[in-house]
Design a protein around this ligand. Structure first.
Ligand SMILES: [Zn+2]
Length: 122
């Protein structure tokens, strides 16, 4: 890899630049851990919507497992599934919260005007 400070080419296993001593470990870290595991998102979803949170967490854990094995492609696939499960969980949760409001709104629009006015007054 090339040093980000002086541009000197160093062997990939070097943590410090041979030429200027610049710390190269920071440049390496994002490369090996570039796949997000959505762990925090999955844990939040466990509290909000248990089934999707657990499914998301399983894939979040798999991301780290695949990364440790060096299988970046599998880690990316698991990361994608974790994100999708967490988002689907959010949508389902949103729908569950909205349904009573939608029912209330529909009944206000269609049922309330059908009730004779004098029943409400008396
Ligand atoms: Zn350097």
């Amino acid at each position: 890899m090339y040093c980000s400070k002086c541009g000197h080419e160093n062997p990939d296993d070097y943590n410090f630049c041979k030429n200027c001593g610049h710390d190269l470990s920071h440049a390496k870290a994002p490369h090996t851990k570039s796949v997000p595991n959505y762990m925090a998102f999955s844990i939040i979803m466990i509290f909000l919507c248990l089934p999707f949170g657990i499914a998301g967490l399983v894939y979040s854990l798999k991301v780290d497992e695949f990364l440790m094995q060096g299988d970046t492609e599998a880690a990316k696939a698991a990361s994608d599934k974790a994100r999708k499960l967490d988002i689907i969980g959010l949508i389902v949760l949103g729908a569950l919260i909205c349904i009573p409001f939608i029912i209330a709104l529909i009944s206000l629009i269609f049922i309330v005007p059908a009730i004779p006015f004098n029943i409400i007054v008396h």
